[in-house]
Design a protein around this ligand. Structure first.
Ligand SMILES: O=P(O)(O)OC[C@H]1O[C@H](O[C@H]2O[C@H](CO)[C@@H](O)[C@H](O)[C@H]2O)[C@H](O)[C@@H](O)[C@@H]1O
Length: 261
């Protein structure tokens, strides 16, 4: 993509970078807590926030507190739990309705019997959302689906979303696309060209939103997608962020000017 932007002869627009976390910034691991976050990655994200004038945000299915813990000491703008939690660039939080918080707690209670009968299953409760993981027991995908569908039957204010070996309940009306649009109305994102990088079905809303706002979606890995561009793997995402940062950062030009003699 860098090449395309440069070859077009146009000036590189000011970019707003949005990225998914699991499967995009870090490789997928066997359990949610087992992901590896290197100090190189936190250093690189720190540098990216500077390169993109702080217009760098994570839009994830995880809780905001989870991402803070993994990327400590960084405190980025983050949309968590698929957009139902949001911390703006100025640090202020968008508050979620109490009814949705207790609705998610109800859903946890409804699926607990299945998880207790099968200790390989993992419930990840979130503020205003719930994930049911079956990576350790793929054969339980169908019973998990039935349990989530039944739990959501009493909670039409929640939608079921399917991720990588996980079923999630998130409040209707919230998704990663809506979160990206909300960021794009605020400083320091407003007026910039959005790029969203993600790897999963739940990222499709954000690919579309970025592209409708004049930017581009970049899908990691195979599979049908609305994203206009693809990238191979997590290492390539890190390289792309580095490369874009290098050509964007105005104080440290990638190419030094030559002195005429
Ligand atoms: O939107 P994302 O940042 O991609 O988050 C999606 C979900 O990621 C986590 O689960 C996934 O990653 C785990 C660790 O690699 C893996 O064990 C699991 O099977 C995946 O589904 C996270 O636990 C969820 O809360 C996120 O919604």
């Amino acid at each position: 993509m860098t090449q395309t932007l440069l070859e077009s002869g146009a000036e590189l627009p000011l970019l707003a970078i949005f990225t998914d976390f699991d499967g995009t910034l870090v490789d997928i691991a066997e359990t949610p807590d087992a992901v590896h976050v290197s100090t190189e990655l936190t250093d690189q994200i720190n540098r990216a926030t500077r390169d993109f004038d702080h217009a760098f945000a994570v839009i994830t299915g995880r809780e905001i507190s989870d991402i803070d813990r993994f990327l400590s000491p960084l405190q980025l703008p983050i949309a968590g739990a698929h957009g139902s939690q949001r911390r703006r660039a100025d640090g202020s939080m968008e508050m979620l309705d109490d009814a949705l918080v207790s609705g998610a707690e109800d859903i946890v209670r409804a699926i607990e019997p299945l998880a207790m009968a099968h200790p390989e299953l993992l419930i990840e409760p979130k503020t205003g959302a719930v994930a049911l993981h079956y990576r350790q027991a793929p054969e339980l995908a169908d019973p998990c689906l039935r349990a989530m569908e039944e739990a959501l039957h009493d909670h039409p204010e929640f939608a079921l979303v399917k991720g990588k070996m996980v079923l999630e309940a998130r409040p209707t009306g919230f998704d990663k696309g809506a979160a990206l649009r909300a960021f794009m109305q605020e400083e320091p994102f407003a007026g910039r060209t959005p790029i969203f990088i993600g790897d999963d079905r739940t990222d499709e809303d954000a690919f579309r939103a970025a592209q409708e706002l004049g930017g581009v979606g970049i899908k990691l890995g195979p599979g049908e997608t609305a994203a206009r561009l693809r990238i191979a793997d997590v290492a390539s995402v890190h390289a792309l962020l580095r490369g874009l940062g290098d050509i964007t950062h105005r104080d440290e030009p990638l190419l030094a000017e030559t002195t005429a003699h």
